[in-house]
Design a binder for this molecule. Structure first.
Ligand code: ADP
Ligand code: ASP
Ligand code: MG
Length: 406
């Protein structure tokens, strides 16, 4: 018997009617294909945010541990409601929280990593022709504490279950009918891709495309899980995430990703000598702040300007730390900007083509968009620009690299 894992995101289960719609779709699918079905669901749309707001009313910065106890309830609501809807249609179903499955994670609350999944009881349910409904986004530590996997984590639950159960396919159902050349909410001319490589999808996800959680793509690549993104609401083939092969479109650039959650800080006029970069970055990483891009310029007077980007939520804290070490390092001053964004072009085609960067920079310059920082790797080029240029930059690059549909 073949096994499919489906995942339905928040908007797909956002109302009672939508949950009933998903139940109907699952029953039809089971009848027509005879597949065994394991279904991972998210919290109803808006719930995770609503609870996060509630928590902030209790405490300025609630512990990650209590946040996990709170947020995991969102998905628990959906598994129960979906099982009820399935039973109402005459389909037997079993609901599981992450802890009940046993999806064992490490104890990094709020961003836990899955270590092991016990599949025995799920397998027994499937053998009894039941549909298994699992709460996404959550797990349990070896000592029994509830954990969550980070925002968008239900994608990772689905892929990890598919890997553990050796499913024939993992299908991520959402509110768009596949992975597009860029977020269709920003560029309405964006085009759905039939296929995209794991490598490109991983870059797109880590550069800000929220369509799939990064770790779900990592997992799928590592365990060779056939992964597809499709719409809950319209029929179609969606987008297959797969290994590079000859059938791939021969595009130079596959997509454009962007990240609005960025801020940049500069420590200006730092003496240019060994150990300075680590002296600047050590207190930042000690404060658990993740650094993204780093640029260091040498000025003529043997001092350097050291600039890096962090998540916008960490901006104030980062500025504070730099103010504290500024005098100690003999730097001139600290400067920052939290109204910047990162826009990236991604494509495996870049590997074999020169001139992509200059095409990108020319297209942006023609629109009067100033580039503040640049970083490149084998299959991506990222630029930091002022926030007000985000839409213009995405659309300009989309056009310049010929990504629009006809
Ligand atoms: P879900 O609640 O189903 O997990 P998400 O909101 O997490 O859904 O992800 C779907 C959204 O991702 C889409 O509505 C779309 O706006 C956004 N998105 C960002 N980049 C892309 C892209 N390249 N292709 C398709 N959708 C994208
Ligand atoms: N409910 C969680 C979130 O909103 C997990 C998910 O939807 O994937 O991030
Ligand atoms: Mg999501």
């Amino acid at each position: 018997m073949s096994l499919h894992v489906h995942k339905y995101g928040g908007t797909s289960v956002g109302t009672a009617e939508k949950i009933k719609g998903v139940a109907k779709k699952l029953v039809q699918e089971k009848k027509s294909t005879q597949h065994d079905l394991v279904v991972v669901v998210s919290a109803m749309s808006g719930e995770t945010n609503r609870m996060t707001e509630l928590a902030k009313q209790m405490q300025r910065s609630p512990s990650a541990k209590q946040m996990d106890v709170l947020l995991s309830t969102g998905e628990q609501v959906t598994i129960a409601l979906l099982c009820m809807a399935l039973e109402e249609l005459g389909q037997e179903a079993t609901s599981y929280t992450g802890g009940q499955v046993k999806i064992v994670t490490d104890d990094a609350h709020g961003k836990a990593r899955i270590e092991e999944i016990q599949t025995t009881s799920i397998q027994a349910d499937l053998d009894n022709n039941r549909i298994v409904v699992v709460a996404g986004f959550q797990g349990v530590t070896a000592s029994g504490a509830i954990t969550t996997l980070g925002r968008g984590g239900s994608d990772t639950t689905a892929v990890a279950l598919a890997a553990a159960l050796k499913a024939d396919e993992c299908r991520i159902y959402t509110d768009v009918d596949g992975v597009y050349t860029t977020d269709p909410r920003v560029e309405p001319k964006a085009r759905r891709l039939d296929r995209i490589t794991f490598e490109e999808m991983l870059e797109m996800a880590s550069l800000g495309s929220k369509i799939l959680q990064i770790r779900s793509v990592e997992f799928a690549g590592k365990y060779n899980v056939p992964l597809r993104v499709l719409s809950t609401f319209v029929e179609g083939e969606g987008t297959l995430i797969t290994y590079e092969d000859d059938e791939m479109e021969k595009a130079l650039i596959s997509g454009i990703a962007f990240n609005r959650d960025e801020a940049k800080v500069t420590l200006a006029g730092v003496p240019d000598m060994p150990g300075v970069a680590s002296a600047i970055l050590k207190p930042i990483s000690d404060a658990n702040i993740e650094i993204d891009m780093i640029v260091q310029n040498i000025a003529e007077d043997k001092t350097t300007d050291f600039t890096f980007t962090v998540h916008r939520n960490d901006y104030e804290k980062t500025m504070q730390i730099l103010q504290n070490i500024c005098a100690e390092l003999g730097a001139k001053n600290v400067d920052g900007d939290n109204k910047i964004v990162k826009v990236s072009i991604v494509g495996v085609g870049m590997r074999s083509h020169a001139g992509i960067a200059s095409q990108m920079f020319t297209a942006l310059a023609d629109e009067g968009i100033n580039i503040r920082m640049i970083s490149t790797s084998e299959i991506k080029i990222s630029v930091v620009v002022d926030e007000k240029y985000l839409e213009l930059a995405v659309r300009t690059l989309h056009e310049s690299f010929g990504l629009s549909g006809e």
